[in-house]
Design a protein around this ligand. Sequence first.
Ligand code: SF4
Length: 351
Amino acid sequence: MTLIEKLESNQRLTLEDGIALYDMDLLDLGIYANKIREERYGRKTYFNVNRHINPTNICKDVCQFCAYSSSRKNPNPYAMSHDEILSTVQNSVKNGIKEVHIVSAHNPDTGLEWYLEVFKKIKEKYPQLHVKALTAAEIHFLSEEYNLSHQDIINMMIEYGVDSMPGGGAEIFDEEVRKRICSGKVTSEQWLDIHKLWHKANKKSNATMLFGHIESRIDRIDHMLRLRDLQDETNGFNAFIPLVYQRENNYLKVKDDLTAQEILKTYAISRIMLDNIPNIKAYWVTSTVKLALLAQEFGANDLDGTIEKESINSAAGAASANGMKQNEFVSLIKNSGFIPVERDSLYNELS
Ligand code: SF4
């Protein structure tokens, strides 16, 4: 069966098929990706009203692509107190957020309680708020630092009020590339195992892929297939989030930015390859809002949220430091010919 015949009959694609998709014309590829997207979601584009908080940038790890960690080019180390975090949450709740998204660097000096207690405090004060927190990389860091198992940390997260796990720390699963960009951090196998444990606790998570640095197209498809395999087993991923690599202020010497064409092809291919992950998120923070909106024609059905403030990607050059206003977000989606749908963190439609 040819690739086109497989696409026409919605067959599951192999690694070789995925690589061949990159050789297709962008607009042809977009037609297949958009067909799947429209069958599931019509012209709806999802977003949520959320707040990102990055409580510390002090990190024991030294990922080559990172511009956020204070141990490298960023000379301003910080660690927020719980009171500062709670006051940020309080202000954001007034603005109508439904989710708080908390991810940090790997700070060995703050203590396990600093990481966990704040979730409990947020939940006690705002039980309606969805707490999305701790990437698999952070869970692995905490397990090593405190000599606990991944399962122990997961049990504590649930006990302290974490509702779902973000998809960060996946970067790219290929072991050789991983060694060059984030040696010492959670391994690919550990990342997948941690998500599996989380899903087995009946909880949902997301999965990211950092692309546009030194990885190959093969590495991207391999990354998607490892996620697809786990999703077949657990069905715990809500969304796949391809993150466009930001080039500034880090030690990974990447000469050129990805072309818009390559980025759009990657969204479209994600939609086609990941037949079992319901949502493909064009995270506007790393792709720019305009390209994230265009990606809605190429298989993506989600833009993430208003976020209010963002420190990790903006440190590397993304225009995301101040988030987006909800009405601005809604207008942009409408003006692009889509129906804006506010969702909660688990993709239930709100309005
Ligand atoms: S990417 Fe995360 S783990 Fe790696 S250096 Fe930056 S903050 Fe630390």
